[in-house]
Each structure stands twice: as structure tokens, then as C-alpha cells.
Ligand binder design. Sequence first.
Ligand code: EPU
Length: 418
Amino acid sequence: MMDRFVIDGGRPLFGTVEASGSKNATLPLMAAAILAPGITEIEGAPRLADIDMMGQVMVSLGAEIRKDGRTISVDTTKLGGWEAPYDQVRKMRASFYVLGPLLAKFGRGRVSLPGGCALGPRPVDLHLKALEKLGCKIELDGGYVVASAEKLRGTRIVFDTSSVGATGNVMMAAVAAEGITTIENAAREPEIVDLADMLCKMGAQITGQGGAVIKIKGPTQLKAVNWKVIPDRIETGTFLIAVAACGGDVTITNARPDHLDIVIDKLIECGTEIEPTDDSIHIRMGKRPRPASIKTDIYPGFPTDLQAPWTSLMCLADGDSSVIETIYPERFNHVPELQRLGGSLRKELNSLHIRGVEQLKGAHVMCSDIRAGAGMVIATVAAKGKSDLLRVYHLDRGYESLEARFSSLGAKIARVKD
Ligand code: EPU
């Protein structure tokens, strides 16, 4: 059964909406539970297909998962397995996060190689090279990465590309390594800071998170803790961009404006009025957006995960703009869908030239990945008339009841089960 959304667009958005906990922070926090025997409790976790998928990976390793509202408990008392099968990793690349913790815990791990992805090539070479430097032996066997280490040793790792996943995996392996591990050109994303902070609460000795050099002093024995996950900056950004596209007056609670500095600057450039507090963002928009060009970059640059939503907004801008994608140069599956709604976009290598039109018009369109899907929700909710948005299972991976939350802001959007 494939659900779709039926949207009758063209209405401004009003009201208050609460941002969920961060998906991309929760996923590695769940994997980190491998490092500490007992019950790790993650509070404020979003209720999403991807989180359930990580739960299944943990269950196949012998963990028990319990959910109580938005709290996920990962009980690793009986952890025994050290393999993440193809069937799980191919559905969600973030399953690869278990490799570092498995190496720390058992000195070995067998994790399927992720394979292709809708965003274009997404290799794991940086993860593997860094783990080798920590003293791991890595072999490839039948599509699986088989890693083993008699002893992990602290070392200096210099990433030539800053990678969220590789930084997280190495941090989790390095807590068990003897001596000091230094990660240079480390990812500075808030999700990595959240992971490092939880590891510290568990007993790890990590410094420098949030900067380009992270140091981990090991080995440490970790204990299970309770942790409240940070708000989802991409979900928050998605709602903000939706208000910029549709017009209206919305407050987003459980938000961290300090994780969205560049996005907020760009929204102001478009003509929105924004008032941030420590934990909320109020946005107002009463006119057609002005054009504002973006270039995606690693944090604190403009997030690639908001590139598709921003592209939808620029389709409605009062002028021309460009979008340059530097993280995933092939992440443009939303472009032909936006053209179906009347968007005027031209793709050239890794960039888009967008000529804003006064109105988009409803049509049948589809989601091709989580964030392209979010871009399509924004475009169809802003477009005049009726749209059918297909393949919303992509959205369910990363956004909790998106249709209900847009409805609560006055959008006409309903889920239909075919
Ligand atoms: N890269 C390599 N080799 C590697 C790892 C990465 O070349 O071994 C390259 C990638 O191809 C990419 C760049 O490095 O060009 C950055 O990738 P990164 O490793 O930082 O991405 P990731 O950890 O696989 C996370 C998010 C993505 C988000 C990216 C970039 C999670 C679970 N996923 O992926 O989120 O787009 O960082 O910010 O945290 C999503 O939520 O929809 C999503 C795709």
C-alpha cells in the first residue's frame, strides 16, 4: 500500500507547530547504546520509519527496544550479534553507524556496504580508512565490510572531506582505543556535537566537538545514560521555508535558532520577518519572496538537506536566483517535479538557475527522497489548486505526521491510502 497526499494549495499558514527531535542525531545515539551495557534512554526521539529501522538493526544485534511516547529505550544487556545485514543497510544507510560501536565493543563487526542511493554516490571510504588507522583490519566479503581489531590504538586522523557519518563512527570506535585519537577536519554538525556530548555523559573523554578538531582519550568504560536529543534543525527549516513560500505567521517551538543561522539570514534576505528566542522561532511573511541564492556546504553552511525546500521557495521568488549543491552534486530529483508544477528551472552540472514565477499550479508529482519530498510538500501547499503527491513513504522516513502538522497551520492536505 502506497499512501499519497492530496493537497489543495494556495493558503497562507498560521499558528504554532512544535519541531520534533532530530532524526539524524537520534540515529547515532541509538547506535552508541552498543557501547554501554544496560538501558540507554533517548528522550524526545521522533516517531519515524528511519528510527524504527535503526531499532530493527539494534534488535538483530540482540538489543531490546521499548518505546514510550517519544522516549526510546535501548537495552543492550543481552547484546550478542555483530552483524548488520544487507536488507537493513540498503534501506537506510545510517545503519552503517553500528560499525564503530561494534568494533569498540567486540573488536569486530560485519556490516553490509550501503550501495546506491537516490542522492547519487555516497561512499563509505572515509569511515573505512579512518577505522584502519585506529588499528582495524578491513576486508570486503560478499558485499559486506568485515572489520576486526585485536586492539584499537589512538591515532591522528585527518579527513580530506568533512563527513558526518565518518566522524560519528570514528568517535564511537575511538572511545575504546588506547591513547589519544585526534580527528582533524571533523564534522561540526550539531548532530555530531549531540553524539559527543552524550558519549561524554556516558563517561567518554571527548573535547573539541563543534570545532574542526575533536580529541578522544581512551579507553573508557561507558555506562548507559538518559539523554534528551536536540531539536531537528532540518524539520524546523522546512517549516520556516514553507511559511516564506505560502505567506503567514507561524511560531515554531522546540527550535534551536542557533543551529540555523545561515538559513535564517537567507530567509530575512527573502523578505521574511523573523524573531528568534532561545527555543522558538517566530516567522512572518506577507509578500512575494525576493530571490536569494544559496550554496550548500558543511555546517555552518547552508544545509544540503534544505536545498530542495529552498529550490521550491525560489521557484516563487520575484526574480532570478541560483542554487549550487556542493555536498551531493546529483541531488536534483525534485527539479523535474517542480517543472510539472510550472517552476522555471535550468540545471547545469551541480547548479540550478531558477526564474521565479508568480504562481505554481497544482499537478500530480512525486517524492524521490526525504528532502526532495519536503520540497514537494512546500511547492504543492504553495501552488494554486489541487495536487496529488505520490510516494510519501519517503517523507514518513524523516518527518513525523507532516500532513497533520501542515493541516494544523491551515493548509489543506490529507493522506489517502490507496
Ligand atoms: N563522503 C565520502 N566518503 C565517505 C563519507 C562521505 O566521500 O566515506 C562524502 C559524501 O559523498 C558527501 C560528503 O562526504 O559528498 C558528506 O557526506 P556525510 O558523510 O557528511 O553524510 P552522511 O553522514 O552520509 C548525513 C545525513 C544526511 C545529510 C548529510 C550531509 C544522517 C543519517 N544523514 O549523511 O541526511 O544529507 O549528512 O549533511 O545523518 C537526510 O536526512 O535526508 C540525509 C540524507
